[in-house]
Ligand binder design. Sequence first.
Ligand code: ASP
Ligand code: MG
Length: 446
Amino acid sequence: MLTVAKFGGTSVADFDAMVRCANIVKDRADIRVVVVSASAGVTNHLVTLSQQILPVPEQQSILGKIANIQYAISDCLPDKDEANVEIDAIIEQLAQLVTEQNTLQTAKTADAILSCGEQMSSRLFARVLRQIECQGAYFDIGNVMTTNSLYGKAVVDTQALAVNCQQLLTPQLQDVVTVTQGFIGRDSMGNTTTLGRGGSDYSAALIAEAINADDLQIWTDVVGIFTTDPRIAKSARAIDEISFGEAAEMATFGAKILHPATLIPAIRSSIPVFVGSSREPQAGGTRIMETVSSKPTYRSIALRRQQTLVTVKSPAMLHASGFLAKVFAILASHELSVDLITTSEISVALTFDNPPGSTQAGITQKVVEELEQLCDVRVENNLSLIAVIGNGLLRSQGVGTQVFDTIPQANVRMICHGASDNNLCFLVPEHEGEHVVQTLHDNLFV
Ligand code: ASP
Ligand code: MG
């Protein structure tokens, strides 16, 4: 049995959290690879440093905050002097990169900056493991995670990854617990790349696939995937088992428990995924698998805020072909990916995810101007996407009625139903979102 375990930012936020995770690893002999995120808060600071040219004192203050998060961990270690030397070196390198970025402003330097969080947390975690007498060895993921040079959302070459892992990672699985970084890759020129915010889950899934692992564990701060966000609906409860199909819809449209791409390698290679809380490992969690024993019509409801709806309208579309291809070519050239789409005879409505702090491109003025060469463009913000996830949503009679009769007051802006048996999605104004989710959950999950 070979397991890859990934620990998220809150799970490696401080010394106690790291010790809890280290004990999970020690207790489970099958965990041979550990993938970590940056300690909570660090990547956000790094995003600020990489995106804004701040006055020097402000930069210093942010660098100080990052350093303090890490020193608070290294200072608790028996080998704290050595640990501090490692952290110092990365902080110094980071300071240089920030200075460079002030003049260069490149996506390449931004990625070098963003990678510093995982570089520090993984070094610290390997030390914490050794402190509790578990043989942990730091491993530089750049040596195997080969990507293209699309900085900020680099694409991994999975074949190269598999070959590299075979050479460099597999031989050491027996002897040590490999501790490595999520989120980071390296391009063919040897530059550091990143896979997009929250990408550590995806890294872990890719590594699990590359080394033929039997299991992927994602340890976070919640005891699994919930029927909906418990902060929104008190009646929310953890889900024991969920199928790949449902979970993929949830990860794409859902409450961001997993990075949306995480399940792609897992599904492709049939690797079951476990999601649990590193605070309460005994509390169980959610298992995501190919086949599950129960298939309820309604499994969960997800709310995704900050959606942008773009409506493009052109009378030229009437009976014409190729219009959509042109629209999508423009979007593709800006690396924008569409979430939902509906069309009428002369217009198309498209939604885009636009989370704050995202390193991904949004609908910029430039995109709008390019689309305007083709058609009329309307951009609406402040919308929330609600996804009802379950089984047989296309077959079950009355799903549409059940859902929409429950929320007669809602100002539904767009509905997508028909593409997936596992998903019915719609948009409402952001201020209505939570109430709609509560009402739906109270009625559909009794
Ligand atoms: N540290 C990165 C982020 O915060 C990657 C991750 O945690 O998954 O986005
Ligand atoms: Mg995460």
